[in-house]
Design a protein around this ligand. Structure first.
Ligand code: UD1
Ligand code: CA
Length: 457
């Protein structure tokens, strides 16, 4: 099989983003743009992926790790200069090189494959991936001659009024014959409005040598948008979101209102689960079958079993079993494990808790740094007092415990199996098995008290 290489251009600062973060690290549907590209390129089975880094090099490297090789572009002198940095790794190698801008995260493997096939079939030295754009402002324009052959690419800023009318744009993605590419790059100059070495000039240089240069037009402009500013970022997010939602719907997930459902790329959802509007499913969230999520729930890195309902609630970095009911208005904070058939009701906050099967905290509780057994009932307003101002301490509540309303469990403390805590207690010592613990002042009724004060009505 012929050699395939990929060069991803990711050294730019992304000035138009007006951001302290490097452009290619801005997330689209939860994943940095450059990650999307790497992910799709991997499926092309290229033998070498080289990412050109400059601004934010360390962060980009840390993000991509061993999924790419890196070359540094110290000064961002243009896209041709950027590709040139890969010379030491690619020069003299036979094969086809994909060049892809790091700010086009929507491009699919299928389109890149079609580009490649066309490139091979036409035995071209360069094939430009082009698209038809209703509003081509900002993009390089593909200029064709009378016979329809590609002549050159003109950058928006360098284009004449006539050229600006052209709606076929350069997507910034190409297939090159690797040897021809590095030869032509040597000849690129920076005589243009931006004083940059444009990769797009390679086209004219190859043409002048009578090399075959062609364009492959995709009918899917939306896949090729380049993200230069926050407006394009929002557009890309919207397009990708729609695709993700369609994929889940095709797999048997009901999404009541796809325009108002925000699912990150890597999320998995089981069949017959219903996602209600205003829900955000982020990171590596995995949801089983027959769940009801939302409206207005936010799950991040949450693993959820099946037949579980999570209404108007937030779950982060936690796992939740099957047939669990959460919310409305619950907050499950990181490192919590909620077992099957649990109920976590209104205004309940959990943090770093192992919450046993069939147990309930139905209303207004804070349970943190705790281990809760099975079939435990935590009454309304139960609180684990886990923090003394300096240290966190652990509360252990064993199976079948009943905690009365408005109780404080001052950690470290263990409430042993099958015991009862009277409502309003502040528990500071361990409670033995099967005991009833009452830790509150005894009630005194002062008869005729009002009369004594002469406040009688
Ligand atoms: C580029 C193309 C334009 C095309 C558009 C498609 C050129 C000259 N222009 O324009 O024809 O329509 O993409 O989206 O190629 N980069 C570097 N080093 C540099 C300069 C840029 O690594 O010195 C990287 C950037 O980080 C970015 C990518 O190259 O990821 C494209 O650069 P950008 O400035 O966004 O180019 P455009 O003006 O969008
Ligand atoms: Ca761009």
């Amino acid at each position: 099989m012929a050699n395939k290489f990929a060069v991803i251009l990711a050294a730019g600062l992304g000035t138009r983003m007006k951001s302290k973060f490097y452009k290619v690290l801005h997330p689209v549907c939860g994943k940095p743009m450059v990650e999307h590209i790497i992910h799709n390129i991997t499926k092309l089975q290229v033998s070498k992926t080289i990412t050109v880094v400059g601004h934010g090099a360390e962060q980009v490297k840390a993000q991509l790790k061993d999924r790419s090789e890196f070359v540094i572009q110290e000064k961002q002198l243009g896209t041709a200069h950027a590709v040139m940095q890969a010379k030491a790794l690619l020069k003299g190698k036979n094969g086809t090189t994909f060049v892809i801008c790091g700010d086009t995260p929507l491009i699919s493997t299928e389109t890149l494959e079609a580009l490649y096939e066309d490139h091979l079939q036409k035995q071209a030295k360069a094939t430009i991936l082009t698209a038809y754009a209703e509003n081509p402002t900002g993009y390089g324009r593909v200029i064709r001659n009378a016979a329809g052959h590609v002549e050159k690419i003109v950058e928006h800023k360098d284009a004449s009024e006539e050229e600006k009318k052209v709606k076929e744009i350069n997507t910034g993605m190409y297939c090159f014959d690797n040897l021809a590419l590095f030869e032509a790059l040597e000849e690129v100059s920076n005589e243009n409005s931006q004083g940059e070495y444009y990769l797009t000039d390679v086209i004219e240089i190859l043409k002048a040598k009578n090399d075959t240069v062609t364009a492959f037009q995709t009918d899917n402009f939306s896949e090729t948008i380049g993200i230069n500013d926050r407006i394009a970022l929002a557009q890309a997010e919207k397009i990708m979101r729609a695709k993700i939602n369609e994929r889940h719907m095709a797999n048997g997930v009901t999404i009541i209102d796809p325009d108002n459902t925000y699912i990150d790329t890597d999320v998995e959802i089981g069949m017959d689960t219903i996602i209600y509007p205003g829900s955000f499913l982020k990171g590596k969230t995995i949801i089983g079958d027959d769940c009801h999520i939302g409206p207005h729930s936010e799950l991040e890195n949450a693993v959820v079993g099946s037949e579980t309902n999570i209404r108007q609630s937030v779950v982060h970095d936690s796992s939740i079993g099957s047939r669990v009911n959460i919310g409305p208005y619950a907050h499950i904070r990181p490192q919590s494990t909620i077992h099957d058939e649990v109920k976590i009701g209104n205004f309940v906050e959990l943090k770093k808790v192992d919450f046993g099967q069939g147990s309930k905290a139905s209303h207004l509780s804070y349970i943190g740094d705790a281990e809760v057994g099975s079939n435990v009932n935590l009454g309304c307003g139960s609180i684990t007092v886990n923090y003394d101002g300096k240290h966190k301490a652990q509360t252990k509540i064993e199976d079948d415990v009943f905690v009365g309303c408005n109780s404080n469990l001052v950690a470290p403390v263990t409430i042993k199996k099958n015991s009862y805590i009277a409502a309003g207690s502040t528990i500071t010592e361990d409670v033995p098995e099967k005991a009833l613990s009452i830790a509150r002042a005894r009630q005194i009724n002062k008869e005729d008290y009002v009369k004594k004060l002469n406040l009688d009505k």
